[in-house]
Design a protein around this ligand. Structure first.
Ligand SMILES: Nc1ncnc2c1ncn2[C@@H]1O[C@H](COP(=O)(O)OP(=O)(O)OP(=O)(O)O)[C@@H](O)[C@H]1O
Ligand SMILES: [Mg+2]
Length: 456
């Protein structure tokens, strides 16, 4: 295992010496500095993993050293050493990015524990970076179900875009059609996969905040800008930025985004330096942008910039061939999640799933299957575990029984009753007590009618 490098900063020689001895014994490589100035020099030359930093130093004090260290490399872990009783300074240090603080005089065993925990946390953060490659597997094209001709075209397009250097993509489609899933697939199938995928919902963030989220700001750029902050464009350098709900972006921000796209560079708020980054911008919206352009809420020029490559995701009702494969996919997924073993879908359930109009698209289907799997104790997914609106709305909006209108030339009421008995048996897949319940009849009354109409 690699030896961790720890820098001890204290103006008292004796403390430096005793800490050095102690930490070396624990297997660390130890560097020491007697002043803030020295410490900063060593940080730049040696890039230590962790710094034990005394707050009270002659010359530049501990807090200032902390700030400069964090500016230099945010990953260096800093533990502050404070005199007992100056809690306020410790709190301030934590706010400025210190990992923890210990009080002087300290107990060496306690210190060892704090250092250990800090280094472990640092390692975890690095592991997160490695996990990105695992994400790549999770979000690849193979996890996207699409049997319909239209989805096959979309998936072929995703692979082509991923391999290309195309920098702006616009994904359009109703809510729940898989826009974010497609955006992630483009990123994780591309050479950018080991760089960040940064998503932001443009509708949820007010304009001023959105600008600082995207472009970042310099320290002091506005009242709350206590420290310098990098924006998503910088953080996503080399990777992909996902601008979700771009149709809801406010006009002022649209103008600023347009400028970034045109000039391929930007400035942090309050900054004077032009920053260039290499990011792929994927935007998504469930709004009809052409209509938004017409009514003046979306800029025409921005539209043409972001939709260099357009992808249109059709509503689920326009690709019914995908409904059953998606259902099976989600059955498998939720079986694993809830420890169930549902093997198939009953014919009736299938029929209603296919007939329903799915206004919430794939997200709605996923939720419906999740609920059904939770409720199901059988090995087949049954119609009775689908929500009422699917059973009621299937066959076209408003086709419920109460919408029945008496035809002008009248109707044979026995025929109507017979048809209701037939339908209730169909919906309940032959289960008489369920069918009886659907008609609000007792089982005897129901069976009486079954006999009467020749179903028994
Ligand atoms: N083709 C697909 N195969 C498998 N799962 C899918 C597919 N399309 C969508 N999903 C799943 O459906 C859910 C909704 O998808 P997603 O969040 O990408 O939709 P969206 O278009 O971004 O929706 P919204 O407009 O509401 O933000 C997600 O859980 C996603 O994993
Ligand atoms: Mg989305």
């Amino acid at each position: 295992m690699r030896k961790y490098k720890i820098l001890v900063v204290d103006d008292e020689h004796l403390i430096r010496w005793s800490l050095e001895q102690n930490l070396k014994k624990q297997g660390y490589e130890v560097l020491t500095a007697g002043s803030g100035e020295d410490a900063l020099k060593i940080v730049q030359e040696e890039s230590p993993d962790l710094i034990l930093l005394d707050i009270q130093l002659p010359g530049i004090n501990g807090l200032e050293v902390l700030e400069r260290v964090k500016d230099f490399d945010d990953e260096i872990i800093v533990i502050m050493v404070t005199a007992l009783g100056v809690l306020e300074t410790a709190v301030q240090a934590m706010r400025m990015g210190a990992f923890d603080y210990v009080n002087k005089p300290f107990n060496l065993d306690e210190l060892a524990i704090v250092i250990n925990k800090a280094l472990e946390t640092g390692d975890l953060k690095k592991e997160v970076a490695n996990l990105r490659s695992v994400q790549s597997h999770k979000f690849g094209v193979t996890n996207i179900i699409g049997n319909s001709r239209h989805m096959k075209n979309v998936l072929a397009m995703v692979e082509k875009i991923a391999k290309s250097d195309a920098s702006t993509v616009l994904i359009q489609g109703e809510s729940g059609t898989g826009k974010e899933l497609i955006a992630k697939a483009i990123h994780y199938e591309s050479a950018r996969a080991d760089k960040p995928f940064m998503a932001i919902n443009c509708a949820a963030v007010p304009e001023t905040l959105l600008e600082s989220e995207l472009m970042g700001h310099e320290k002091g750029a506005f009242t709350d800008a206590k420290v310098q902050k990098k924006g998503l464009f910088e953080l996503a350098d080399g990777g992909t930025i996902f601008l979700d709900e771009i149709g809801d972006m406010e006009p002022g921000m649209q103008a600023k985004l347009l400028r970034v796209l045109e000039e391929r560079s930007f400035r942090r708020i309050g900054g004077t330096k032009d920053i260039r980054v290499d990011v792929r911008i994927i935007s998504a919206t469930n709004k009809d942008l052409l209509k938004a352009i017409e009514d003046g809420s979306f800029r025409n020029d921005l539209y043409y910039r972001i939709q260099v490559i357009p992808i249109y995701l059709p509503a689920l009702r326009e690709r019914k061939e995908d409904i059953i494969p998606l259902t099976e996919h989600f059955v498998g997924h939720f079986n694993r999640e809830f420890g169930k073993s549902v093997k198939g879908i009953s014919k009736m359930a299938e029929k209603f799933l296919l007939e329903y109009s799915w206004p919430g698209n794939i997200r709605e289907l996923k939720n419906v299957i999740e609920r059904a799997i939770i409720l199901e104790n059988d090995d087949t997914l049954l119609l009775e575990h689908l929500p009422q609106e699917i059973v009621a709305k299937a066959g076209g909006a408003g086709a419920g029984p109460l919408n029945f209108r008496l035809p002008a030339d009248g109707v044979d009421i026995e025929e109507v009753e017979r048809e209701l008995i037939r339908q209730s048996l169909e919906v309940s897949e032959g289960n008489q007590s369920k069918a009886a319940k659907l008609l609000h009849l007792g089982i005897d009354a129901f069976r009486y009618r079954m006999k009467k109409f020749g179903f028994l």
